[in-house]
Structures are given as C-alpha cells and as structure tokens.
Design a protein around this ligand. Structure first.
Ligand SMILES: *[C@@H]1O[C@H](CO)[C@@H](O)[C@H](O)[C@H]1NC(C)=O
Ligand SMILES: *[C@@H]1O[C@H](CO)[C@@H](O)[C@H](O)[C@H]1NC(C)=O
Ligand SMILES: *[C@@H]1O[C@H](CO)[C@@H](O)[C@H](O)[C@H]1NC(C)=O
Ligand SMILES: *[C@@H]1O[C@H](CO)[C@@H](O)[C@H](O)[C@H]1NC(C)=O
Length: 459
C-alpha cells in the first residue's frame, strides 16, 4: 500500500469506494421511489392518481421525511468530496503525463457516472420540508402523456423561494406546441432516453415533429452526438466562401456523406429545395452579378436606398447563408433561417461563420417589435402557401421591422391567376414601394420581387 501502490491498485481502491457509495445510493433511491409509488396511490383505483403524484404532502404519511432528507444531504456531501478528489486526480494525471488510457478510464467510467449520480440525487424531489402542503394545480396537458420526462418538462416549475422571480412570475412554464398531442407516440419516443446519457441520433425525428406542429419541442436531458472527427472550423476570412470540411457534419440521416455530393449535378443528393446552394461558384454570383432574371435585385442597389442605415436583419428563406455572407461583407449582420430539409443547411451556415436560426413557419419570430432594419424573404414560401397563414407571417414581419425598415420580397413565385391575391396581401400594409418587378417564370407561373419600406407609425 501507500507509495508503492501502483496507479492500477489506487484505481481499484477508488473503484471499491465508489461501488459502496453507489450501492448505498441505489438503496436510497429505491426506498424513495417505493414510498412515492405507494403514496401516489398506484394500488388504489383512484381517478385522481396524478393529483396524488404531484401532491408531495402525501409522501410524508408514516415516513420520516426530514431524516431522509438529511441522509440524502450527507450522501451528496460525500459524493461531492469524492468527485472533487477524483477530478483533481485527473488533473494531476494530466500534468504527470500518466497513461492516456488510465485518464480516459477515470473520466469515462468514474468521474462522469459519479457526476450523473450526484446530480440525479440532487434532483430527487425530496419533499421540501417547509412547503409540504402546497399543491400544484395541474395543467390538463400533463396527464395526456405517459413518459415521465415529458410530464416533468411540462409541469410548471415554481420558484424555490415562493416569491416572484425577476420576470415577475411565480412559476416558469416550459411550453410545447399544441400539435404535440397529435404525435404522442413519436414525441414519447423522442423523449425516451436515459438522463445524462447520449441521445439517439434523431434530429430528423425532431424536425419532423417540429414541421408537423409539435413546435416548440420539449428540451431534452441527454447529450447530443457530434461528428467523431470534428475539425476546428476555418477562420472567418476563409470560411465565408469555402465549402466546409465534411467531417464537421454528422451525415447519418442524410443521403449524402460529404458536401461535394450535394451538388446539383447529383440526382441522389437527397434534397429538392435550393438546388445548387452548396456550389460556391454559383452562390458567389447571387445578388451581385447580372442574371437573366429581372427580379433579382443587387444588394448594392438595396443598401444604396438607405446608406449606412441597414445594419441588422433577418433572411427568411432556405439557403446556405450566402445572403448573410454578402451582407456581412457590407458590415450588415443577418440571421438566416434554416431547416435541414434533406441536407445540412444549418451546419453549412454555421460552418461558414454565420448564424442559422432553426425555425419553422409555425412560430412567431423570436425578435422584439420594431427592431430589424431588413427582412429578406427568399424561397421559403411560394404560391402554395395558405393566404391566412401568409397574412399572419406578413404581420409578424411588420411587427419586427423598425419604422423605415425594408421588406425585400425576393423572387416570390405563384400561379399567374393567384397573383392578384398575393399582390393585395403584400400591399395591404401600405408600405412605400421602392422596387416592384413582375416577370414570367413559366407559362403559368410568375415571379414577383419587391422592395418595400415600413412607414413610421407614430400613433
Ligand atoms: C400549510 O398548512 C398550514 C396549516 O395547515 C397553513 O397554515 C399554511 O398556510 C399551509 N401552507 C401552504 C403553503 O399552503
Ligand atoms: C486569414 O487570416 C489568417 C490570420 O488571421 C491568415 O494567416 C490567413 O492567411 C488568412 N487567409 C486568407 C485566405 O486570407
Ligand atoms: C449588369 O449589366 C448592366 C447592363 O448590361 C451593366 O451596366 C452593369 O455594369 C452590369 N453589372 C454587373 C455587376 O455586372
Ligand atoms: C466594414 O467595416 C470595416 C471595419 O470597420 C471597414 O474597414 C470596411 O470598409 C467596412 N466595409 C464596408 C463595405 O462598409
């Protein structure tokens, strides 16, 4: 023992301790869950079963909650001390260049599980001894879901001190989209994971849920997977116009396995919107070079309308961030909406050094009223869009645009016979017309581009 003890044997001793503590934990947790189980009335056929579940007062019947709470506190302290020791040990090993394998073992097999156990124990809602008789008035939605993690998520969280928080509310609600109830099975699958472990590689399930109206999605408490060989991104002076390193994307849920494969020439590229967006030579021409289509305005023309006044804006469309890249060169900060419709649009934008905003058409934009200098709309919605939906979206754009802000409707297209309807919609807000171009797209379809200015509304 002592000094002669090799690292292997020290590890073994530590492991022994941990096993003992973890064993104790398991027993403790079992006792806890059992008491909760009984007191929640699972053996009574009670309509109000969930009411009991959330009514912590019941737990105390015939059970010494205070001492249990005390015991848990002790174990947490022990765990914490042990974790501290282990972590400093790992740091020592780093300095002393101890074998990597040992360090990895300590980190993966001991420190992390210990951290999770420590955390889980803290999270056990040992009834708050003071506020025992407070009953949570439940949201009816909670009982719709069975998966515990969903129920936990949507249960309103009361402030710990029982007073108002800085937001002026006494509890915080985590919200989910109301259409989540239509996708109960998928959502329960999505929320079925071990807390603290790795999530499934299921962003496509998440996106499907979002697009179908389960938006916002609940947050999850699992670790998202990343590419195994993630490389540091290119510096900003290179990243804007360079195809990113394919190793920085998890390709598992796409048809392609690298950026080059997303070329418009490849019929198996796996996406159908914004074809060619991943070809930088083509992207470089957008909004700066003459094109055959009359409805393409130049960025320089648009900015010249309000020199120096356009500083921040939103690009509402599907793309790889080229609009934001060009605007960045003009010192304008643009946030680009992105959805991963068959290709890694969000990753691409981010790897170019721009901001992808992962939103669907479903939601009110996360910007405050009268804040944006520019809203640029391109390729997100075309002639398929329901007029009422478009109306809500237009008013939302109007809300976030500042007085004098510009609405750039870029190459909107629709069926010729629908044009009047859309024109009416775009003009109803009585914006000042800077540019307005209609041009044929095909025999039946028509393009419209417009540059409109929000009027001041000093009312
Ligand atoms: C808890 O119960 C006591 C007595 O029954 C009462 O005075 C107190 O206001 C209750 N507290 C809450 C938070 O309901
Ligand atoms: C980008 O900047 C770095 C240093 O900031 C420089 O070393 C590199 O050559 C630059 N790359 C290009 C393409 O200008
Ligand atoms: C576009 O074409 C016009 C007329 O043909 C020309 O005057 C202009 O310089 C061109 N602009 C660019 C950016 O090529
Ligand atoms: C953008 O800002 C930089 C630094 O302030 C300046 O050097 C550059 O000329 C600006 N570019 C444009 C197009 O205004």
């Amino acid at each position: 023992m002592g000094r002669s003890c090799l690292p292997k044997c020290r590890l073994a001793r530590i492991m022994g301790w941990i096993q003992m503590i973890l064993g104790g934990l398991v027993i403790l947790v079992s006792i806890l869950s059992l008491t909760r189980f009984y007191s929640a009335g699972f053996f009574l056929h009670n309509e109000d079963i969930c009411q009991h579940f959330y009514n912590v007062g019941e737990v105390s019947d015939g059970f010494d909650v205070k001492s249990l709470s005390g015991r848990i506190g002790e174990v947490i302290d022990m765990l914490e001390a042990l974790q501290g020791k282990l972590e400093s040990k790992v740091q020592d090993m780093e300095k002393s260049k101890s074998t990597l394998l040992e360090k990895k073992f300590l980190e993966d097999e001991i420190v992390r599980p210990l951290h999770i156990a420590n955390f889980a124990l803290r999270k056990i809602q040992v009834p708050n001894v003071e506020g025992m008789n407070s009953t949570v008035k439940e949201d009816p939605l909670i009982n719709f879901f069975i998966t515990e993690e969903i129920r936990k998520y949507i249960t309103p969280k009361e402030n710990r001190v029982g007073k108002m928080n800085l937001y002026g509310t006494d509890k915080v609600y985590n919200t989910i989209g109301h259409a989540c109830v239509l996708y109960k099975e998928e959502l329960e699958k999505y929320m079925d994971y071990d807390i603290g472990s790795y999530c499934d590689d299921d962003w496509n399930l998440a996106q499907k849920l979002m697009l179908n109206g389960c938006d916002p999605l609940p947050r999850r408490r699992c670790l998202t997977r990343a590419s195994k060989e993630y490389q540091r991104p290119y510096p900003i002076n290179e990243s804007l116009w360079r195809l990113p390193d394919g190793r920085n994307v998890r390709w598992g849920n796409y048809q392609c396995r690298k950026f080059e494969c997303l070329s418009s020439k490849n019929p198996k590229r796996g996406y159908s919107k914004c074809i060619g967006c991943f070809e930088m030579e083509k992207e470089k021409l957008k909004w700066v070079a003459n094109s055959s289509v009359l409805v393409d305005f130049f960025i320089s023309e648009v900015l010249a309308i309000k020199p120096g006044e356009v500083r921040i804006g939103l690009d509402y469309g599907i793309g790889t961030g080229t609009f934001a890249a060009r605007m960045r060169e003009q010192n304008v900060t643009i946030v680009s909406t992105a959805l991963n419709l068959g290709a890694p649009f969000s990753e691409m934008i981010a790897l170019r050094g721009l901001v992808p905003l992962y939103v669907t058409l479903n939601q009110r934009l996360p910007f405050f009223d009268n804040t944006m200098d520019l809203v640029h709309s391109h390729g997100f919605m075309d002639g398929w869009i329901d007029l009422l939906l478009l109306d809500f979206i237009l008013y939302d754009w109007d809300r976030i645009l500042r007085p004098g802000g510009l609405l750039w409707i870029d190459s909107f297209f629709c069926n010729r016979k629908d044009l009047d309807n859309y024109v009416y919609m775009f003009l109803q807000l009585r914006y000042k017309k800077h540019k307005w171009v209609v041009s044929p797209k095909s025999k039946d379809e028509i393009y419209l581009s417009a540059l409109l200015e929000k009027p001041p509304r000093a009312i």
